[in-house]
Write a protein that binds this ligand. Structure first.
Ligand SMILES: Cc1cc2nc3c(=O)[nH]c(=O)nc-3n(C[C@H](O)[C@H](O)[C@H](O)COP(=O)(O)O)c2cc1C
Length: 366
C-alpha cells in the first residue's frame, strides 16, 4: 500500500507518517530532520527512556467527567500539546511553518515558532490568531550576541501577537551532526531563516562553522536577565536539564521551563529528558510550569510526562514527519490522534484528568 494513496490516508500511526516522510524526502533533508548528534545515543535515549517506564493502571475508577484539558500560563488548552520550534519547515512542505501552525491551531494545539522559521513570524501569527480553536502562540529565539538585533526580533514577535517567548539555551554551538554531513545537507536556494535576512550576525547556530566565533557571543545568565527586563511577555527557557539551573531560571523570573535536549541534536550522550524531568519537578516543587520534549510519539508518552511533573509536551519530529508525508492535513491528523490516544490512556489508567497522573501511575523502579 502507501504509494498510490494520497499522502497520509493510510497512516494508522506515527510510524506510518515517518515511513512516508522517509520516502518523500531526499537523503540530505531526511538526515537533517531525523538525525541527531554524533552517535545518536541521546536521540535513541529519549525514546528509550519513555519506553522503559511501565504504566501501573487503576481499574474501575469513575470517569464520567474525564478530559484532557490543562491550564498553562493563564490559558486553558484542550490538550497539553504544542508544536516544538523546528527550523526551515519549507524544506518539508511548500507551506512550511504556516501550514503546520494553522493545522495545530485547528486542533487546539499550541505553536512555538522557531526563530529560524522559513516563513515570516507575522504570516504565521496571522494564520494562527484567526483560528478560534487555537492554543497558545509562542515565539522561540536564540540570543545572537547582538542585543539590538535580538530586541528588534522580540518586538516584532510582541507586535505580531505572540504570547510568550521561549529562549533556547542548549545550543550556543551546533552539535556534531555527522549524519547530516555524511548526507551532504545544505539549505537549498529559496529556503532561508527569513528573520535573519540582512542580520549583522549569521543565524545561530551557523551550520557552516563548528565553533569559531560562536563561543565569543554565547549567552550567559546575565543575558537572560537582560532579556527578561526587555519584554512584557512571559519568558520560558528551553533546554534545561539540571535542577540547579532550573532553580536559577526560577530566581531570574522565568515563567516556565522546557526540559529538553534539543531532540538529541546538540550534545550526545546527555541525560534523557524523561530522566531529567522528575528531578527538576522535585527541585522546583511546582513553582513553575514544566514542559518536556524529546521522543514523544504516543499518548502514553504524554501521560508519563504528566505523571513525572510536566504540564504539557512539545512535539518536534512526529508532526513534521506528518507534514512531509501529508501536508497540513497530516499534521492535524497526527495531533488529533495523539489527543485521542491520550484520552484512551487516561481512561485505561483510571485517570479522570491529567491532574490525576502522578508517579503512583508508574511502576516503581526495580
Ligand atoms: C529538524 C529540527 C530542527 C530544529 N530546530 C530547532 C530550532 O530552530 N529551535 C529550537 O529551539 N529547537 C529546534 N529543534 C529542537 C526541537 O524544538 C525539539 O526540542 C526536539 O525536536 C524534540 O524532540 P523530538 O523531535 O524527538 O520530538 C529542532 C529539531 C529538529 C528535529
Amino acid at each position: 500500500m502507501g504509494g498510490h494513496l494520497s499522502g497520509g490516508a493510510d497512516a494508522a500511526g506515527p510510524a506510518d507518517f515517518e515511513a512516508q516522510a522517509r520516502e518523500r524526502l531526499d537523503d540530505p533533508t531526511w538526515a537533517w530532520l531525523a538525525g541527531g548528534a554524533a552517535d545518536e545515543i541521546s536521540l535513541r535515549g529519549n525514546r528509550a527512556a519513555w519506553e522503559a517506564l511501565a504504566l501501573w493502571p487503576h481499574v474501575l475508577r469513575p470517569l464520567q467527567q474525564a478530559h484532557t484539558r490543562v491550564e498553562l500560563l493563564g490559558r486553558t488548552l484542550a490538550a497539553p500539546l504544542l508544536l516544538a520550534p523546528v527550523a526551515y519547515q519549507r524544506l518539508l512542505h511548500p507551506l512550511g511553518e504556516a501550514g503546520s501552525a494553522l493545522a495545530a491551531a485547528t486542533q487546539g494545539a499550541g505553536v512555538v515558532l522557531s526563530a529560524m522559521s522559513s516563513i515570516a513570524l507575522e504570516d504565521v501569527a496571522r494564520h494562527v490568531l484567526a483560528e478560534p480553536a487555537r492554543g497558545p502562540l509562542w515565539f522561540q529565539l536564540y540570543l545572537s550576541g547582538d542585543r539590538g538585533f535580538d530586541l528588534a526580533l522580540v518586538q516584532r514577535a510582541e507586535a505580531a501577537g505572540f504570547e510568550a517567548l521561549v529562549l533556547t539555551v542548549d545550543a550556543p554551538v551546533q552539535g556534531v551532526r555527522e549524519r547530516e554531513r555524511r548526507a551532504g545537507f545544505r539549505l537549498p536556494d529559496g529556503v532561508a531563516a527569513v528573520h535573519f535576512a540582512g542580520a549583522p550576525v549569521p543565524p545561530p547556530p551557523d551550520p557552516a562553522a563548528m565553533c569559531a566565533g560562536l563561543l565569543a557571543r554565547a549567552p550567559t545568565w546575565d543575558d537572560v536577565a537582560w532579556l527578561r527586563a526587555q519584554t512584557r511577555l512571559p519568558l520560558l527557557l528551553k533546554g534545561v536539564l539540571r535542577a540547579d539551573d532550573a532553580r536559577q531560571a526560577a530566581a531570574l523570573g522565568a515563567a516556565g521551563l522546557v526540559i529538553s535536549n534539543h531532540g538529541g541534536r546538540t550534545l550526545d550522550t546527555v541525560t534523557p529528558t524523561a530522566t531529567a524531568l522528575p528531578r527538576i519537578a522535585d527541585a522546583l516543587g511546582g513553582a513553575l510550569p514544566l514542559l518536556v520534549d524529546g521522543g514523544i510519539r504516543r499518548g502514553t508518552d504524554v501521560l508519563k510526562a504528566a505523571a513525572l511533573g510536566a504540564r504539557a509536551v512539545l512535539l518536534g519530529r512526529a508532526p513534521l514527519f506528518a507534514l512531509a508525508a501529508a501536508g497540513p492535513q497530516g499534521v492535524a491528523q497526527s495531533l488529533r490522534r495523539l489527543r485521542d490516544e491520550l484520552e484512551i490512556a487516561l481512561a485505561l489508567t483510571g485517570c479522570a484528568s491529567l491532574a490525576d497522573a502522578s508517579r503512583a501511575l508508574l511502576e516503581p523502579a526495580q
